[in-house]
Design a binder for this molecule. Sequence first.
Ligand code: 2PG
Ligand code: MG
Length: 412
Amino acid sequence: MARITSIRGRLLYNSRGNKTIEIDVISDHKCLGRVCAPSGASVGKHEATSFPENKPEKSLEILRQNEKKFVGLDPSNLKLIHENLRTIDSTTNYSKIGGSVAFALTIASIDSASKSLEVPIFKLLSTDSNLRFPFPLGNILGGGAHAGPGTPDIQEILVCAIGSKTIRDSIEVNFAVHKELGKILAKRDPGFTNGRGDEGGWAPKLKNDEALEVCARACEQLGFTLGKEVSLGVDFASSTQWNEKKNKYVYERAGFENSLEEQIEFVSSIIKEYKLAYAEDAVHEEAFDEMSILTKKFPNVLITGDDLLVTNKEILKRAEKIKACNATILKVNQAGSLYDALEFAKEATKNNIKIITSHRSGESVDSHISHIGIATKSKMLKVGIVGGERIAKLNELLRISEYDLIRGMVEI
Ligand code: 2PG
Ligand code: MG
């Protein structure tokens, strides 16, 4: 059995150029596990706090003071590492040490164990003998909190190659749609600068409906039928539009407002018109009842909670009671530790809530989430489309395909 021999944290920067932390966990003096923490732009109210007082330096200082608590532990024993972490910070949202430490320390431990035992991370996290690939869900057009003024209010229009039989084909189809969309946008607007949002999706000056229309056209021009070879998805990130005082969704860029009922109509018509397979945060983060209306109305669409559930097991239990969603985003850093996130995944699976493991908009070039997506039997892996930090996760899926342990794609 391996033993953790040292831990070291450092201040680095994420894909937005913002400060973040990276943690090294070294086992047996030689096996290095290394993880850099990501961060979101559209952050749920109840997510784990990234850093105490928003200061990564403070997280690093607390880690340094407590380093010894982890030395000597088995790096593959996630529960023990999590429990030791909880002796330092027992707050529900990791406000004392920062969720970024919980994230990086637990995943770096598993990374280190993987090196020491020479077993891939997905195998360490799951004993299931029937693992498959999740479908990559790629952001082809960005707006909202991920892109500048003039772009759609809707945060992300995504593509998923639901007809693909292999991981390579599913990745290539996503790229093809993204490229085709780029050509359409350039033709439509000679002033289009090829500008992209935070996750690699194009960021054109378009209204919501125009943006959806060009994405559908890109798929069709490649000979695909929506709902057959490929499907579109949308992350509405509705909390961004929600105005509590007005009790309305304010679509500032498009220039309209929706009441709670109108929002359901708005989302429903988009789901129907574009045959969406996937609709994330279609209502704001506390609108559980409205989410359950949509879940009932669209049993064959992944009605997915992100800000709504924030990878929090207790909130998920509340959602389950009223069948608020049939799918959930899993972002480890929303929960805090990898142990927390895996407990959340167990609860979701037990209740037949489909899992979509996801990146954050502010990322690193790490690719551990590709393993986490496989081990949690996620239906989809939401990792953006192009840009080094997005491609890193897709490339890792291709490396993993060299293991004979995984047979084909999940059923969707
Ligand atoms: C989301 C994510 C990732 P952020 O809303 O689903 O696409 O964005 O990391 O900004 O929360
Ligand atoms: Mg989201």
